[in-house]
Each structure stands twice: as C-alpha cells, then as structure tokens.
Design a protein around this ligand. Structure first.
Ligand SMILES: [Zn+2]
Length: 241
C-alpha cells in the first residue's frame, strides 16, 4: 500500500451544516490544497432551517449551491448528504450512508467536529465520522464502494468560538485567512441570516477566533485542532500543514 508520502494525500473534511467547514477549518484546507493535497468536502445536513426569507426546500438548494461554490475554490470533491437540518440522528441508515461516503472519499486524514461542540448536529456528525471511518475498513460490512484500506486519523476542529476547546495542534493560516473568508462569503444566505436576524458578523467572528488561536501559537492567524488519540489512529507523523 502506498502511504500518503508516495502519492497525493486525500484530506476529507466533514461538517454538519453547509458553512461549518468554512468557519472551522477552511484556512487549513487551503494550506493542504496549496501543498498539493486533494480536498474532499462533505456536508451532512442541507441547512434548510437557517433563514427567515426562504422556505426550506428552496433554502436547501440555495445552500447546496453556496457550499459547492465555496468547495470549488479549493478544487474540492464535494459530497452533499442532504440530511435534514436540526434533525440528524445516529441510526442504522445514517451510519451506513457515512460508511459509504468515507469509502468513496478514501481519506488519508479526516477533519470533523469535536465530540462536545455546541450543536447536536455537530456532535452527531462527530460520532458518525468516528464510528464510520472505523467500519469503512471492515470488509464484511458491504456498501457500494470498496472497503477502505485503513482507519484514518481524525483531527477534531475547533468548537464554535473556541469554547471549552484546547487545541493540541495549530495550523498557521496567516496566508490563507483571506481564502477562508472568501469561501465564507460564498454563503450569502448565511451572512444575511446570521447578520440581520441573529446580530452576528460571522466574518469578524472567524477572524477573531483565528487571531486568538494565532496568539496562542505565536503566529498572526491560526486554526486549532485536537487529534483523536485512540489506537490505531495515532502515529509519529504530523499530517497537518
Ligand atoms: Zn453547524
């Protein structure tokens, strides 16, 4: 088996909602892209509850287009799982869908939500990714795609606003913060929803967290991660840029 050292690394990021990856790890994905990795972006729910002006079916389509446009900025492969916003459950069918997604994505490393983040959809995604990436390498569990060659390391990205999250690894995103913000701006429906109806300037929010993580790690802007330190996902190699 070729290790990621011999060929292009495949970096899979899995977010609960269509803009989570931009908020929590897009600066790192941009660095991975810049070093030649293939980026794969997976969005679990369709985000169809996040608006006062669009009805859910229309909003889901808008958000799919926004997320796909953002993913295209990193030439990413894009998986849209289309589960309902606010009602993601860890049941048998959902787990099988995640196993198939991970097999199709064939990741060398996975970035996803921390197990104790603020939103239940985030927590469920974290759990689904954890268990499904393990089972993706179990041959007797059959899905459309071939069994994955290994159990990939997982890096949990920051919680919203960094609350109750102590990073163990930092990635310098001083050069890619602009790309991260550019990707977030693709989510026009959310800039409106968060700004006009929730009073949150999400671009300032993102820059503030990045500055704080930068302060902690001695650079201008950073993103923080915590590796899932369980066998056999550990190792001696630093995978993040
Ligand atoms: Zn979210």
């Amino acid at each position: 088996m070729d290790g990621p050292e011999q060929r292009q690394r495949r970096v899979l990021a899995v977010g609960a909602h269509p803009d989570d990856i931009e908020i929590l790890c897009a600066g790192t994905l941009a660095r991975c892209h810049a070093r030649g990795d293939q980026i794969i972006i997976c969005v679990a729910t369709n985000g169809d509850m996040g608006s006062m002006t669009h009805m859910p079916p229309e909003l889901a389509e808008i958000r799919r287009q926004e997320a796909q446009e953002s993913a295209s900025r990193l030439e990413a492969e894009f998986y849209w799982l289309n589960f309902p916003d606010e009602f993601l459950y860890h049941d048998h069918g959902t787990r099988m869908r995640f196993i198939e997604m991970i097999r199709a994505a064939r990741p060398d490393i996975i970035l996803t939500h921390a197990p104790d983040d603020y939103h239940m959809d985030h927590r469920i995604v974290s759990e689904l990714v954890f268990v499904s990436s393990f089972i993706s390498a179990v041959p007797h569990v059959e899905t459309d795609s071939a069994v994955h060659s290994h159990i990939a390391p997982i890096y949990y990205f920051d919680t919203l606003a960094g609350v109750n999250f102590l990073p163990t690894e930092y990635v310098d995103i001083s050069e890619t913060l602009e790309k991260k913000l550019e990707m977030m701006r693709c989510h026009a429906s959310q800039l409106e929803w968060l700004g006009k109806y929730n009073g949150i300037d999400i671009l300032e929010f993102i820059a503030s967290v990045a500055r704080f993580r930068g302060l902690q790690s001695g650079v201008r802007y950073a993103e923080g991660f915590r590796r899932a330190d369980v066998w056999p996902r550990t190792g001696t190699v630093r995978h993040l840029p």
